[in-house]
Design a protein around this ligand. Structure first.
Ligand code: UDX
Length: 447
């Protein structure tokens, strides 16, 4: 049993802290946000993450998980301190390191015995060293020792608990093998492989992994755009490519681009880091541009299928950046819906979970609907932005009857073309031939 303080109760801190408690450690999660801590103390979870609420309740009841705003006390009472504060994108695209630095200062001020400081926030290479310097400069007792370790997170929203309990690998970077060993032992109950390296390489692994995944997505989206022009089917292309074990089948799902809290931020941050280091990472900059453009393919398809949007009833299914989360950060809906409004469409939006967080981010004038049927009734066109389960399983025949014009523009390739060919829908998806396209070449495609 270890005594762990986790500074920052955002997504990463809360999930990791709760999982560390669940495997038997005593964990104090702290935050400067009093309202957030008050909520957590009442048993309310500030984010939507399947299974998290139950796990927090179980571990608080069993006396392993605590919440506080008294960060200093939490540091003093613990022997491992996780820094899991946000590193949001600043205006220049760099990671904003303000919160990491203030956590480091606080740790220095409250360093009352040997501790291991673990960085979980995604930070530029070299931050571990900087954290060490800040702690060193702020500690009150010169002879007290500490070590700094980098242990980046790879959790996916929506499946964060399962990912944490059984991660592909735990990356542990440190210049002191003994400190690395303590953090490796901490991970022993998780079903995972441990990979140890130096501080800088661990920090780099996080950026390299996320930007590589983002590259895979932009790559397949670019292939999808070519497929549309040459009459190929990107689903088959991705499947055929993925059979090569060197490529792998994952992260080759074409769509309207990646969003969320990590990929947009980390791609910008690494482009910045490389510029600063004197290397022009053209490939990554192109990945970012491809992703930005990809959101707007929906607008091209709308123009193609319905022409002008003024006065048209557009049903929008899904608002969050992906299913099983209420996270709206860099969600494609944040680009597409304002564009629809700008073109004077009437937007009827449905999302099973993210409606409240969407209202905070999206402009006024959207009709929020409590179910799919409400959103599509009398619609001129329906667009899918998030592949929620209830969208994937919706009754297409019924939806087609409710719409004024059964035109479906699917930004997530939720349905197979054979199913759509035998439906009443004119169906447009990403990187695949249109089906039952009205007027011009309406036909049932034989696949
Ligand atoms: C990601 C990483 O997977 C995780 O390891 C990291 O720590 C945080 O960032 P997350 O943002 O939760 O996790 O979502 P993920 O499931 O990876 O999807 C990211 C985005 O890529 C979503 O917008 C998703 O719609 C998109 N995506 C994913 C695709 O467009 N195609 C794919 O094939 C896969």
């Amino acid at each position: 049993m270890r005594k762990i303080a986790v500074i920052g109760t955002g997504y990463v801190g809360l999930v990791s802290g709760t999982c560390f408690a669940d495997i038997g450690n005593r964990v104090i999660c702290c935050d400067v946000d009093e309202q957030k801590i008050a909520k957590l103390l009442r048993g309310e979870i500030p984010i939507y993450e399947p299974g998290l609420s139950e796990l927090v309740a179980r571990n608080t009841e069993q006396g392993r998980l605590f919440f506080t705003t008294e960060i200093g006390e939490a540091i003093e009472a613990s022997d491992i301190i996780y820094i899991a504060v946000g590193t949001p994108m600043s205006e220049t695209g760099e990671a904003d390191m303000r919160y990491v630095m203030s956590a480091a200062k606080k740790i220095g001020e409250h360093l009352n015995n040997y501790k291991i400081i673990v960085n979980k926030s995604t930070v530029p290479v070299g931050t571990g060293e900087l954290v060490r310097e800040v702690i060193q400069a702020n500690k009150k007792t010169p002879w007290i020792q500490f070590d700094v370790v980098s242990n980046p997170e790879f959790l996916r929203e929506g499946s964060a608990i399962a990912d944490c309990m059984s991660m592909d690998r735990a990356v542990i970077g440190s210049d002191n093998p003994k400190a690395a060993e303590v953090i490796a032992d901490l991970h022993a109950p998780f079903n995972t492989r441990i990979f140890t390296t130096d501080l800088e390489s661990a920090e780099m692994i996080k950026y390299a992994a996320n930007t590589f995944l983002a590259t895979k997505i932009s790559f397949i989206n670019a292939i999808a755009n070519i497929c549309e022009r040459v009459g190929a089917n990107v689903g088959d292309v991705a499947e055929g490519m993925g059979l090569d074990s060197r490529i792998g089948s994952k992260f080759l799902q074409a769509g309207i681009g990646y969003g969320g809290s990590c990929f947009p931020k980390d791609t910008y941050a690494l482009a910045h880091i490389s510029d600063k280091a004197g290397y022009d990472f053209e490939l990554l900059k192109s990945v970012i541009r491809t992703n930005t453009r990809q959101r707007l393919v929906i607008m091209d398809k709308l123009r193609d299928a319905v022409g002008g949007l003024a006065g048209k009833h557009v049903a929008v299914l899904g608002l969050s950046f992906k299913p099983e989360t209420d996270d709206m950060r860099y969600a494609p809906s944040l680009t597409i819906i304002p564009e629809l409004i700008k073109q004077h469409a009437s937007v009827y939006a449905y999302d099973p979970i993210a409606e409240e967080s969407a209202k905070r981010e999206l402009p006024e004038g959207i009709h929020y609907c409590s179910n799919i049927e409400q959103a599509v009734t009398n619609a001129d066109v329906c667009i899918i932005l998030t592949e929620w389960k209830d969208v994937l399983t919706m009754d297409l025949a019924r939806i087609g009857q409710l719409m004024k014009n059964p035109i479906l523009i699917d930004g997530r390739n939720c349905f197979d073309l054979t199913t759509m060919a035998s439906s009443s829908f004119e169906y447009h998806s990403i990187g695949r031939p249109p089906v039952n396209r009205a007027g011009r070449d309406r036909h049932s495609v034989n696949f």
